[in-house]
Each structure stands twice: as C-alpha cells, then as structure tokens.
Design a protein around this ligand. Structure first.
Ligand code: MG
Length: 420
C-alpha cells in the first residue's frame, strides 16, 4: 500500500492527484462485463472523429494499440480488437459522480480533464502516512461506488502528485515525500514533468538534460538563458518547489480571464494569415477554459501592428462558450471591424473574460442549433483528452496546420497557473 518508508513524515502540504485508469474503456467494460476478457477500444463515430481510437484497455495496449491511431492501424496489430462506440454523455455523468465523491474529502478539488483531479487534504492529513491512507480509501470508494479503478499520487505539491499517479497503474497509491522525491522522481525523463512539451524537451535534451534530476542540478542562470522565466519555474518544480495551489473548481477568484497572445515571427499581411493565427490562439484559450471548467461571455481581441501601435476591442458573445470556433469567430469579427491591414500585424491576442462556470444554467433560444454546438464541444473535448495524454502533435485541426509552429509555441507559452 502506501510507502512505508515515508510513514509519519510531515508533508508541508498534502496533495492528491486522482487519475481514473483507462477512463472511457473502463466505463464501457463496467457497463458490459462481457467485454472484460477481450482487448477493447473505444472509438469515435467515423464522421466526427475520423475513425480513431479514443481509449483502450490494458489487453489492447499489450497488442500495441495506441490512442489517437486510426482504427485500421489498430486492427492490423490486434485483429480480435473489440470496438465500442463512444458514449460521451455517460462519461460526463461519471465525471460528475467522481467529482462529487472527491468533494466529500475536501472542498479544494481541481479537475484536470474529465478523469483527473487534484485535492488538497492538508488540514486533514498532515503526514505522508495519513495522506496515503486517505488515498487508499478513495481508491476503495472508486471501486465500490463507481465500479472503476484509479491511481492516486500523494505528494507535497501538484506536479509530484501528478507524477505519482502515473507511476503505478492500475489501482495503486504512490507517495512522493520531501524526503524521498530525489530517489523517486529525479531518475524519470524530464518530459514526464507536467507541461514539459516536445519543444521544451527537445531544447533540454539538446543540452544534455535528460532526467528531472539533470534539470534540478543545472545552474539556474543557464536554464533561464535557454527557456526564460518558464525555465526558472520548471527548474524549481524539479527541485520540489512548485507552490501552485489547488484551485477549487468554479471558484470565481480562481481566474478573472484566460488569454493568450502570440507574436508572429513574420508580419501578417492578409486576413487569411491573421485568421490562421487567431484559430491557433483560440484553440489554446478554449482548451484552457475547458480545463478550468469555465466559459467566456466576452472575447477581447488585442492587435499590435508592425509600427507597434496596439489596440483592444471586445465583444459580448451571444451565449457563454468554451468552443474554439466560437471564440475565433468573435475575434475574427472584431479584427475585420476594427483593422484595415494598411500596416501588417505583428502580434495578436485573444482573451476570454466574463467567465462563468460551465455548469451555469443556459437560456435556450430558437435561433441556436444547440445540438450542433454540443457536438462541436464534444469533439473539441475529445481532442483535449487525447492531447493531454499523447502530446500536442498527434491531433491538429486543418486550419492549425497552416500555423503549426505558432500552435506549438502557444502550448508552452504562458507559465501554467500552478507554477505561479
Ligand atoms: Mg486516466
């Protein structure tokens, strides 16, 4: 069970990261136990997801079936693979139940995607042993009440808690303490750290930094020279100094706005070029909104031209949204109504404000195709899930291809909230 050597050690903070194992596939098998003996994969319907694998069980994984690959590819590796259609509404219900369960342990629960969440249980579990016991109890409740297994990481900060939930699967607790993190964490590859994407990994690997320990031991000034402030924050994280709080879901104080801006390496002369960049930025903003369980009611566009003249314009959305397409359309409209392209654009920003919880009641009207919006949101959420697990390059929408490098830069641009 929980790490014995860590027993009794004080944690500073006690943070859990709970991750349901093979979420979609586990829910499908739970509801149809006759699937259990087989390799199983959940796939999206061909129209919306282009026939890709969204999730799989361990038996399918053993055949090399990968999330986000084409169904035909998966079938080639594993001809007996059982394909199950995706039931997104059901997964959303399970997510809701899972969050409710976690809220009985702490009011500080921060969801991360549909099947993961952090909990701050410091007041109730000051030692590693006590925190590990709560983690074990939560795993038991997931099995009994939800019929699902979860892996739980227990640590004194969010990053290491997340690492811990990845270390043992399925149905396991991993405790990483101020006393043992050097042994447990430093040997792991640097890209295992939350928010180290492929670009950062490549930059660090190029300089001989391969493990989290390598990063922890590198001179601070060097890391800062390579990666800027972001590097300083990452290096601190590698040293166990991530002080980011667990931000309760839906908390108004948590975020006032979510935005990204991007300075293009070359001037943008046309509407088409600007639109491609707005698409990439909107996707990243929408993703962050969804991750925080929020929707925007106002979109703010920021523009800077090559003479460094800047302006901001804002637009109230017809209804709250965390759909990239809708954010982009608003930003696009603001741009075309307020800019003449007499000078090329150097930098664009999209900010979502007037944030409301995504659970807030919405007025239905006759002029909106609600089903269409719901489908769009589901598709974008599915992409979030896959991106979070399998890296940023595996899925890009057609438009983002035009600005692939910008999209990647955005992924790693602003320091994430937990590191501030
Ligand atoms: Mg999971």
């Amino acid at each position: 069970m929980s790490g014995m050597s860590a027993a009794g050690e004080r944690m500073g903070r006690s943070i859990l990261h709970v991750d349901i194992n093979n979420f979609y596939a586990s829910v499908e098998i739970r509801d149809d136990p006759s699937l259990a003996p087989y390799p199983v994969a959940v796939c999206g319907d061909a129209e919306a997801r282009h026939g890709i694998i969204l999730a799989k069980n361990y038996k399918a994984k053993a055949f090399g079936v990968k999330t986000a690959e084409a169904i035909w590819e998966a079938k080639e590796k594993c001809p007996e693979l059982v394909l199950v259609p995706c039931h997104f509404e059901k997964y959303e219900r399970v997510t809701e139940e899972s969050r409710k369960l976690l809220l009985t342990y702490s009011d500080r629960v921060e969801p991360f995607g549909m099947d993961e969440a952090w909990l701050d249980i410091s007041p109730y579990a000051p030692t590693a042993e006590a925190a590990g016991e709560i983690a074990d109890e939560i795993r038991g409740k997931y099995k009994k009440e939800l019929g699902l297994t979860a892996s739980v990481g227990v640590s004194f900060n969010k990053t290491f808690a997340k690492l811990g939930s990845d270390m043992k699967k399925p149905d396991a607790t991993t405790v990483i303490t101020p006393g043992n993190f050097r042994n447990k964490v430093w040997r792991l590859p640097v890209e295992d750290l939350l928010f180290v994407g492929r670009m950062t990994q490549e930059k660090l690997n190029l300089r001989g930094i391969r493990t989290i320990g390598d990063l922890a031991h590198t001179d601070e000034r060097l890391v800062k020279a390579w990666l800027g402030k972001w590097g300083t924050a990452l290096r601190m994280t590698a040293n166990g100094l991530d002080s980011g709080p667990v931000v309760p879901m839906g908390s108004e104080a948590a975020v006032k706005s979510i935005g990204n801006s991007f300075t293009s390496p070359c001037d943008l002369y046309t509407e088409r070029e600007a639109l491609a960049l707005l698409q990439a930025i909107s996707e990243s903003v929408a993703r962050r909104l969804r991750r925080s369980g929020l929707m925007a009611t106002v979109v703010v566009l920021g523009v800077r031209d090559n003479a460094l003249f800047t302006f901001e314009r804002q637009l109230k959305l017809p209804r709250p949204s965390s759909i990239a397409l809708e954010l982009r359309n608003a930003a696009h409209r603001l741009l075309m109504e307020n800019y003449d392209f007499l000078r090329p654009i150097r930098s664009l920003g999209v900010r979502a404000t007037g944030l409301v919880p995504e659970t807030a009641p919405q007025q239905l009207d006759f002029f909106t195709d609600h089903e269409q919006r719901e489908k769009r949101l589901t598709a974008e959420r599915t992409i979030d899930e896959i991106r979070e697990k399998y890296g940023k390059k595996c899925l890009l929408t057609g438009r983002v291809f035009a600005q692939q490098s910008s999209a990647e830069a955005l992924e790693e641009g602003p320091a994430p909230r937990q590191l501030k």
